[in-house]
Design a protein. Structure first.
Length: 126
């Protein structure tokens, strides 16, 4: 069983879609993916050409938006980061219809650097 950890950025994205867009079923939509991840099934497409540590990976998975009654092609995109097979960080989620919330490769890399910095500082404080 893998540990699936939502980042602050991811939690803020979910709040945005619940509060501003009224996508009240988003947590149930996400649960289908997180359950797969907890079982060790890395779903979605692996993103290439990111400047991230060796042995790690970022995946993008399509999720249906049941609040808007649209399928995967017009639904959400969830990005997650796999750290050496034991921890999975939920990085961000955005609606395909929300171009302004899509993050680029540099922003993904920055989110990952922040995660790694937090992990290193918590390890050093123990």
């Amino acid at each position: 069983m893998k540990s699936v950890v939502p980042t602050k950025h991811f939690a803020d994205d979910v709040k945005f879609y619940i509060n501003k867009k009224k996508f009240t079923k988003i947590k149930a939509d996400i649960a289908t993916v997180t359950n797969e991840l907890k079982e060790g099934n890395l779903v979605g497409d692996k993103l290439q050409d990111l400047d991230i540590p060796e042995g790690t990976a970022v995946y993008k998975v399509r999720i249906a938006n049941s609040s808007a009654n649209v399928g995967k092609s017009n639904g959400f995109r969830l990005l997650y980061y796999v750290v050496i097979e034991d921890k999975i960080y939920l990085l961000t989620i955005y609606s395909k219809k929300d171009d302004i919330r899509v993050i680029n490769d540099k922003q993904i890399e920055l989110l990952i650097r922040n995660i790694l910095n937090e992990e290193n500082s918590s390890e050093n404080s123990n």
